[in-house]
Design a protein around this ligand. Structure first.
Ligand code: SAH
Length: 410
């Protein structure tokens, strides 16, 4: 159908024009346009709300502009937007409503996931009665939007505290003044969360698994909520002696504990293991924690065959950029090869990658090669992604980053 929208838009004081390649990106369903495809006035303010047009002045939608990031334009609507805080409030309500549909049996989940919730530059995690907020763009950081976001979160979710998590690298890229992470509303910054409590068919165990959450410590936003559904799936197949490699606070390990005769968690970070131990106590479990380099440890273990029945591999992102890809694949393969060699017949491998640059197919092929080299027959039990509260937009590939494959081996 022909687009009959007016070309000039009186409601939008600022405008940017896209190159034909930029226009094609939007037509392909993407929401980012890179600086090389954007022409903007030199004095366009950082974080401005802009009308986006093609080279002939046809209106294509509304975006948030960044004066410093390579991603100069992040679309927020295909329509003109007169009142950004009102639109953002609607989007926050929609994000909350979506979680009501897809999250069950957990009081910890991601409420807002940036582009995937049409709220570019905003991430909000819900940890029982504490919210964690990350602001990643000039537009979201600017008043009055910042205050409007906090007010909406308070009104809709009634938390006891909101913690702002600052990523200094992102603030530098966006040329925003440096700030410290800390409490930005209310009084509470730490709490206890419960996930995968009974009720659903694939629940790990009826009472669920509890974790300490401290908004002012730890990595990322405190817990790896994107693995929540994968914890429950892994627990479904787990048995015997289990090894959780890159265990952090014990997310997989504690979910496996209800199904396995013993669980050992491995991580190179002592503070992470101290928290894992506290989480074990919280759940009345006794697990073994080993501090060490996973590569060295698996090398030592792999020489002795058949040590475990269940192995989880959940390393940090090895491929932070496209350039790292080859080295990253070697790292993944080494880990998977060693783990496959160490599994008893009938054993289960849960293997993950959170590198966006390693796509699902490449990851599956890598495990296939590792299985061949290890002389094991591997059967796929499940091919999984991030939990549904971290939505994946089909036309924005960057929203899909986590892979979690579950195999059984002969
Ligand atoms: N499985 C965890 C998340 C893992 S994040 C969960 O579900 O919560 C990756 C972890 O790998 C971090 O805790 C980090 O400390 C650890 N790590 C990074 N490099 C490592 C290495 N070479 N050996 C062991 N652990 C490592």
């Amino acid at each position: 159908m022909a687009n009959k929208r007016a070309t000039a838009n009186p409601e939008m004081p600022f405008a940017v024009e896209l190159s034909p390649r930029g226009v094609a990106r939007l037509q392909g369903g993407h929401v980012w346009v890179y600086r090389s495809d954007v022409s903007a006035a030199k004095d366009l303010p950082a974080g401005a709300l802009v009308g986006v047009t093609d080279g002939r002045g046809k209106f294509l939608g509304t975006a948030l502009y960044s004066s410093s990031s390579q991603i100069a334009v992040r679309m927020i609507s295909r329509e003109p937007v007169a009142d950004l805080p009102v639109l953002v409030a609607e989007r926050i309500r929609a994000a909350i409503a979506y979680r009501k549909r897809v999250v069950a049996n957990s009081n910890a989940y991601r409420v807002v996931f940036s582009e995937a919730d049409l709220l570019p530059g905003l991430i909000v995690d819900h940890y029982n009665d504490v919210l964690s907020v990350q602001i990643l763009t000039q537009a979201m950081d600017a008043e009055p939007l910042r205050s409007a976001v906090l007010k909406n979160l308070v009104d809709e979710l009634r938390p006891a505290g909101i913690v702002e998590r600052v990523d200094p690298r992102i603030r530098e890229l966006e040329q925003l003044p440096q700030e410290k992470s800390g409490l930005c509303w209310g009084e509470k910054s730490s709490t206890i969360i419960t996930m995968n409590s009974g009720g659903s068919a694939d629940a790990a165990s009826p009472p669920g698994v509890r974790f300490h959450y401290d908004g002012l410590e730890g990595q990322k936003t405190g817990a790896f909520l994107d693995q929540r559904e994968n914890y429950a799936a892994a627990a479904q197949y787990a048995h015997g002696e289990a090894l959780d490699v890159f265990c952090y606070h014990g997310g997989f390990a504690l979910h496996l504990a209800g199904k396995c005769s013993s669980v050992t968690g491995v991580d190179s970070s002592r503070p992470a293991l101290e928290m894992a131990e506290k989480n074990a106590a919280l759940n009345g479990r006794e697990l073994e924690w080993i501090e060490g380099n996973a590569f060295d440890l698996l090398k030592d273990y792999a020489s002795a065959k058949g040590q475990y029945d269940t192995i989880v591999l959940d390393p940090p992102a090895f491929a932070k950029s496209k350039q790292d890809l080859e080295k990253a694949m070697r790292g993944y393969k080494e880990l998977n090869l060693r783990a496959l060699k160490m599994l008893r017949p009938g054993g289960v491998l849960v293997t993950c990658s959170c590198s966006f640059h390693v796509n699902s197919q490449a990851f599956i092929e890598m495990v296939a090669e590792a299985a061949r080299d290890a002389h094991r027959v591997a059967r796929i039990l499940e091919i999984r992604y991030q939990a549904k509260d971290h939505p994946i937009l089909l036309n924005v590939p960057e929203t899909s980053y986590l892979k979690c494959l579950i195999f059984t081996v002969n």
